[in-house]
Design a protein around this ligand. Structure first.
Ligand code: PLP
Length: 386
């Protein structure tokens, strides 16, 4: 049977990983500043994470949500502590799209309304409502087309206010990434997030903070939305939550009350997923990884800003993007093939850095050196393998 060919892939087979490094089947070592798409939070194959999963596997891997799973409460307590949102309630699921799907649905159950406000260049996942709230026509199948979602310009307070003034009573929720990932590392203004909060309060809508990519400490705060100093009603999480083990969730403000059967999922919150998620939180806390994200992130940003060819360096913590001019369009490819460094991208010309939150300063230094070397090679027209 053939694989369904939906992913354009690099011709590399990774067989081993440790910390911020991965190795291919020929023994070649790569520095991973892409983190498997922002998934690797505590570093590849962290020994504590491996041990927790192995130990759990020996006991029980899965049972459904029809019985008590104390690990869920343990995980929830730890998440409350590390995120600072102790009074929120946790619902566990399996992917970022599923988290957003549940958040949007829960908001609609809560206030009985249908309209969702999303923003230009947003990405919220591939399932039905999540993809309808994603600003990319290529991902929206005819069956997902709906008038229930409206797209407003990102960071435009006036447009938001205007839309609320006209339609406020119909709006169920506003969903926004604190830092847009797929859209190209665009940071939501603190004042914009505060405006969302106040308009949602005024009109009875819910504020959903999509933290699937920008959350879990990546920005230097647990949720990047926290920079604005106001709370969302629902935060959605995935990627970094399991460090590669599929686990996701939403946390829900105390004023939103649960009802049996309103939400559900077979695999969500299973024993193995909770063990992986718990290990991640323990390491984020013990190894002070949010502080590391701030420190190494600042170093990277400062260095990148000093490279005149790179434009519009932006982001927070270890979620960084910059524009690459047309003459350097091969930079990402050359970093991979010549320097053995994985980076991310966003269309049309953005390089995205989404490394493990445990990235060491010396690895960041190596990256900057390699980057300068590759820029120089392209500008001086040196022939490179591609
Ligand atoms: C901000 C954001 N939301 C949602 C998703 C969807 O997550 P998943 O691919 O786990 O469904 C992504 C994935 O890239 C994302 O970046």
């Amino acid at each position: 049977m053939k694989l369904f060919d939906v992913y354009p892939i690099n011709d590399i087979t990774i067989v081993k990983a440790k910390g911020s490094y991965v190795w291919d089947d020929r023994g070649e070592q790569y520095l991973d500043l892409y983190g498997g798409h922002a998934v690797i939070s505590i570093g590849h194959t962290h020994p504590h994470w491996v041990k927790r999963i192995e130990d759990q596997l020996e006991k029980i891997a899965f049972y459904s949500n029809s019985v008590r799973i104390p690990l869920q409460q343990q995980m929830s307590d730890k998440l409350g502590k590390v995120s600072g949102k102790n009074d929120y309630q946790l619902f566990l699921c399996n992917s970022g799209a599923e988290a957003n799907e549940n958040a949007l649905k829960l908001a609609s159950f809560h206030n009985g309304r249908k309209k969702v406000v999303a923003f230009s260049r947003s990405f919220h996942g591939r399932t039905s409502l999540a993809v309808s709230a994603t600003d990319n026509k290529n991902y929206i199948a005819p069956v997902n087309e709906t008038d229930n979602v409206v797209f407003l310009p990102f960071n435009d307070e006036e447009a938001l206010e205007g839309y609320f003034r006209e339609n406020g009573e119909k709006i169920s929720s506003v969903i926004i990434e604190g830092i847009q990932g797929v859209g190209g590392i665009n940071v939501a203004d603190d004042s914009f997030l505060r405006k969302i909060r106040s308009l949602c309060d005024e009109y009875g809508a819910l504020y959903i903070a999509d933290s699937v990519q920008c959350g879990y400490g990546r920005s230097g705060k647990f949720f990047s939305h926290d920079f604005a100093g106001v709370n969302a009603d629902i935060y959605t999480m995935a990627k970094g939550m399991g460090n590669g083990f599929p686990v996701a969730g939403i946390i829900i403000a105390p004023h939103i009350k649960p009802k049996h059967f309103a939400l559900g999922t077979t695999f969500g919150g299973n024993h193995l997923a909770c063990s992986a998620a718990l290990a991640v939180l323990e390491i984020i806390e013990e190894e002070k990884l949010m502080g590391n994200a701030v420190m190494v992130g600042k170093y990277l940003k400062d260095q990148l800003e000093d490279i005149p060819e790179l434009k519009n360096v932006r982001g927070r913590g270890l979620m960084i993007g910059f524009d690459v001019p047309e003459e350097l369009k091969d930079l990402k490819k050359n970093l991979l093939w010549n320097q053995k460094i994985f980076t991310g991208e966003a269309k049309p010309n953005v390089i995205r850095l989404l490394p493990s939150l445990a990235l060491k300063k010396r690895d960041a230094e190596q990256f900057i050196e390699s980057l300068k070397e590759e820029i120089e090679k392209i500008l001086t027209g040196e022939k490179v393998h591609g």
